[in-house]
Design a protein around this ligand. Structure first.
Ligand code: TRP
Length: 433
C-alpha cells in the first residue's frame, strides 16, 4: 500500500484571517511535513465563483491565499500545490459525478438548505437568488477529492456533510462502473474549528468579525484591543470560560503559557494588559511569516510559476485517471468497441422470470436461464398477483418450492432439475457491485 493521501482546499474568496490560519493553514502545513503522507493543497477558485462575481477580487484572493500558504511554510516541492482551475479534469469529473448523485441528496446540503430556508421565511420563492452553482457546490468538492483518491480530508465541522456526500458519490460510481474511487474520510479538527472572532462568535467572513492573518503590526494590535470582553474591572477575577480573548490566546500559546494566563485571569489581570499579552504572543508567531508574505505578494510571477508547476504534477495523476474514468462510463474510442460488448453481456447475463398475459386472459410466468433457455413454464393464473406470489416463492425458497407448485407448473421436456436449481440460486444471490 502506498502512503495515505491528504487533500485540502481553501476557497479564494477573501483575505485569510487568523481563523483560517489556526483551522486550516497551520495544521495542513504541519501535516505536510509528515513523511508518511502525500499531501495535496489547492486554491479552490472554481468554488469562489459561486460566491463572488468580482474578477479582481478572485484574482487578489488567489494571490493572497497562495502567498499565505507559502509564507506559513508549505513546501511546494514536498506537496502538490495547485490552483483548482488549472486542472480541467476537476470540472470534467464534476459532470460524471453529477450523473451519479441523487438530486435529493443535494437538496439536503446545508448551504443550499440554509438559503432556501431564508427565502421561505422571507416569504420569497425558495430558490430566489440561489445559483445552480451553490446547489452543485458539494459535487465540485467531491470531484476535488475523488480525482486524487484522497483518503483523508482535514476539515472543520461545517464541511463534514460535504465529505459524506463525496463518499456517497464514490460508492454510487463504484457500484455502477467498478472500483475506481477511494471513499474519503473527514478528519475533524474539533479544537480549531471554533476560533472566536472579534465579537465572540466563530471567526468568519460572513460575520465580519475577522482579524486578517497578515494585518500590519499596528492594525493587529488595534484589532485585538477590540475583542469583546465583559466589564469586570482590573483587580477582580475573570472568567476564562466564554472569553474569546482567552480562546484566541490558547490557539497560539503553549500549555504552560495558557496556564499562566488562566492564573492571571484568576488574579484579576486588567483587560488592557491581557490584550497586550495576547497581541505580543500572536505577533511573535506571525511576524516572520508576515515578512515572507509581503515579499511574495511583490512577486506574483514567482507564485504563478509555482502554481503552474504544481498543476503539471497534479495532472500527471489526473489525466490518466480521467482517461480510465471516461472509459469506465463508456466515453470511448469507437475503434476499441468491436467484440468486447458481446462477451461482456454474456458474462453479466442472469436468469430471469418473465410475466405475461395470454389470449385466454390468464396470467403466466416463465423462467429463462442466463442463456435464455426456457427452464420453467407456469400454468395460467387468474390474476397477476397469484403469478407473482408463485415467483416470489421460487425466489425465496428455491427448488424446495417446486414440489408445492407442482400443479401450477407445466412439464418441459429435457430440462434437468439441476439447471433449474442453479438458475434459482443465481437469482437469489445478492447483487454484487
Ligand atoms: N469547501 C471548502 C471550504 O469552504 C473548500 C474546499 C473546496 C475544499 N474543495 C475542497 C476543502 C476539497 C477540502 C477538500 O472551506
Amino acid at each position: 500500500m502506498s502512503s495515505k493521501r491528504f487533500l485540502t482546499g481553501i476557497t479564494t474568496s477573501g483575505t485569510p484571517h487568523l481563523g483560517n490560519y489556526v483551522g486550516s493553514i497551520r495544521p495542513s502545513v504541519r501535516a505536510s511535513l509528515r513523511s508518511d503522507v502525500e499531501s495535496f493543497y489547492f486554491l479552490a477558485d472554481y468554488h469562489a465563483l459561486i460566491k463572488i462575481d468580482e474578477p479582481a477580487r478572485i484574482q487578489r484572493s488567489t494571490l493572497e491565499i497562495a502567498a499565505s500558504w507559502l509564507a506559513a511554510g508549505l513546501d511546494p516541492e514536498r506537496v502538490i500545490f495547485y490552483r483548482q482551475s488549472d486542472v480541467p479534469e476537476i470540472a470534467e469529473l464534476t459532470w460524471l459525478l453529477t450523473c451519479v448523485i441523487g438530486k435529493g441528496v443535494l437538496n439536503r446540503a446545508h448551504a443550499y438548505k440554509a438559503a432556501v430556508d431564508k427565502n421561505t421565511q422571507a416569504g420569497d420563492d425558495p430558490d430566489t437568488d440561489v445559483s445552480a452553482g451553490l446547489f452543485m457546490y458539494p459535487v465540485l468538492m467531491g470531484a476535488d477529492i475523488l480525482l486524487f483518491n484522497a483518503h483523508k480530508v482535514p476539515v472543520g465541522r461545517d464541511q463534514v456533510q460535504h465529505i459524506e456526500m463525496a463518499r456517497d458519490m464514490a460508492h454510487s460510481f463504484n457500484h455502477r462502473y467498478g472500483e475506481h474511487f477511494v471513499a474519503p474520510e473527514a478528519e475533524i479538527e474539533e479544537s480549531v474549528a471554533t476560533l472566536p472572532g472579534l465579537d465572540g462568535r466563530k471567526m468568519s467572513k460572513s460575520y465580519d468579525n475577522t482579524i486578517p492573518l497578515f494585518a500590519p503590526r499596528e492594525q493587529l494590535k488595534k484589532l485585538i484591543a477590540g475583542i469583546v470582553t465583559d466589564s469586570t474591572p482590573p483587580g477582580q477575577a475573570k472568567n476564562v470560560a466564554g472569553s474569546a480573548l482567552f480562546q484566541i490566546y490558547q490557539a497560539f500559546a503553549t500549555e504552560a503559557e495558557t496556564n499562566a494566563l488562566r492564573q492571571a485571569y484568576a488574579d484579576g489581570i486588567g483587560w488592557g494588559e491581557a490584550k497586550q499579552l495576547v497581541f505580543e504572543r500572536i505577533d511573535r508567531e506571525i511576524a516572520p511569516m508576515r515578512n515572507a508574505y509581503l515579499a511574495l505578494l511583490d512577486d506574483p510571477a514567482k507564485i504563478e510559476a509555482i502554481l503552474r508547476a504544481g498543476a503539471a504534477r497534479a495532472r500527471q495523476l489526473a489525466t490518466p485517471f480521467m482517461n480510465r474514468l471516461r472509459d469506465a462510463v463508456g466515453l470511448r474510442d469507437l475503434r476499441a468497441q468491436a467484440g468486447n460488448t458481446a462477451a461482456k453481456r454474456a458474462k453479466v447475463a442472469k436468469p430471469v422470470f418473465k410475466q405475461y398475459r395470454e389470449r385466454d386472459g390468464k396470467f403466466y410466468f416463465k423462467l429463462l436461464g442466463a442463456d435464455s433457455r426456457l427452464l420453467l413454464q407456469s400454468a395460467g393464473f387468474a390474476s397477476p398477483r397469484q403469478a407473482g406470489q408463485s415467483i416470489a416463492l421460487l425466489q425465496t425458497q428455491g427448488t424446495s418450492a417446486l414440489a408445492a407448485l407442482a400443479d401450477q407448473l407445466q412439464p418441459i421436456a429435457e430440462v434437468d432439475s439441476r439447471d433449474i436449481s442453479a438458475a434459482l440460486q443465481l437469482l437469489s444471490a445478492p447483487e454484487c457491485g
